[in-house]
Design a protein around this ligand. Structure first.
Ligand code: ASP
Length: 339
């Protein structure tokens, strides 16, 4: 049975590199990179992820099909994953050390260079909508915490009790990491960086979500949404809401990152893809691969989705897996999880 399903899946899986220009990719998404191993995955769980990614791609695609704008396709695709408990964004976000869900999101429109982001929010049902509201309806680019929540409420966005975001699975993950923390001495040091590591989140899976879309006008937008990393502390903010690190778009390319955020911030990862294309004339694929290589050299891990103005997509990552998918102009869906 497993073999037959595997065969069907591989027949359905069309190599992204083999996409022709005529059937260019119009939307790419990710549901996070990390230690996603086939041996730890059940068929049911894998199906649930594939189904959720398919709905996300379909919702975003509908916007493009209607002649809508790329940023709205990104928002629709991300909203589906924020509402799903499977992903570390919106409902299903990971927990902080104190047992809270603190959410981050960002959105950027390439051709206008408009950007919006929120960080450390605890009551906004869909943080990507708040990022969009910051982008369109404020003079700012980034709002945090209470201020962002007050703004979102004034913008008429749905506000929920912090308990809305809680899922049993993420709660258990926190308990597991807290157990490991107890085994560590107070002043633990990261073996790679020798830096003070007051908390342990290295082993945890990631699971951030992101999308990049290319609309009929040739405009590109990118967005990212996350709960951050399990056991984060002291108001820690990762790369996801940071324009240039977690999200970036210009007229040529759009990028959304996922992985160990500290490294993506230091590498200015999402912007670096655009910069390598601009200054070094690399293709979007080469640029993405180069950036992930740099992240690895720094000691970090994760991945990114890259979509350029020609509809060429790439999905570089250096983890065991990354939930990822694409849909072409003609509606052909491809979903992949492992290396
Ligand atoms: N990049 C996110 C962060 O560091 C985590 C993730 O991608 O899952 O907050």
């Amino acid at each position: 049975m497993k073999k037959i399903i595997g065969l069907i899946l591989s027949i359905l899986t069309i190599s992204i590199d083999a996409q022709t220009k005529e059937d260019k990719i119009v939307l790419v998404i990710h549901g996070g990179a990390g230690t996603i191993l086939k041996k730890n995955m059940t068929l049911e769980k894998e199906k649930a992820y594939r189904d959720a990614l398919t709905v996300s791609l379909t919702k975003g695609y509908e916007v493009i099909q209607r002649g809508g704008e790329s940023e709205n396709a990104v928002i629709e695709a991300i909203k589906v994953m924020e509402d799903s408990p499977l992903f570390n964004a919106g409902k299903g976000a990971v927990f902080t050390h104190e047992g809270k869900n603190e959410l981050d999101a960002s959105l950027m429109i390439g051709h206008t260079m408009q950007a919006g982001a929120v960080a450390g929010v605890t009551t906004i049902k869909n943080p990507i909508l708040a990022a969009n509201a910051v982008l369109h309806n404020s003079a700012h680019v980034m709002m945090i915490g209470k201020g962002a929540e007050e703004f979102a409420e004034k913008q008429g966005l749905e506000i929920v009790a912090p308990s809305y975001f809680k899922t049993e699975e993420r709660w258990k993950s926190l308990q597991k990491v807290l157990e490991k923390d107890k085994e560590k001495t107070e002043l633990d040091h990261d073996t790679k960086t020798q830096a003070y590591v007051p908390f342990n989140f290295v082993d945890e899976k990631f699971g951030t979500v992101g999308a990049v879309a290319l609309d009929h006008q040739g405009h590109i937008s990118a967005g990212t949404s996350t709960g951050g990393m399990t056991n984060k502390r002291f108001g820690r903010v990762g790369d996801s809401p940071i324009i240039g690190a977690g999200t970036y778009a210009n007229k040529e390319v759009g990028v959304s990152s996922t992985g160990w955020g500290e490294y993506f911030i230091k590498a200015v990862a999402a912007y670096d893809v655009a910069a390598l294309m601009n200054y070094k004339n690399l293709s979007s694929k080469q640029a993405g691969e180069e950036v992930i290589k740099k992240i690895g050299q720094l000691g970090g891990d994760g991945g990114m989705i890259v979509l350029d103005k020609n509809g060429q997509a790439s999905f570089p990552f250096n983890t065991a897996g990354m939930y990822r998918g694409s849909i072409t102009q003609s509606g052909k869906i491809t979903i992949e999880i492992y290396q």
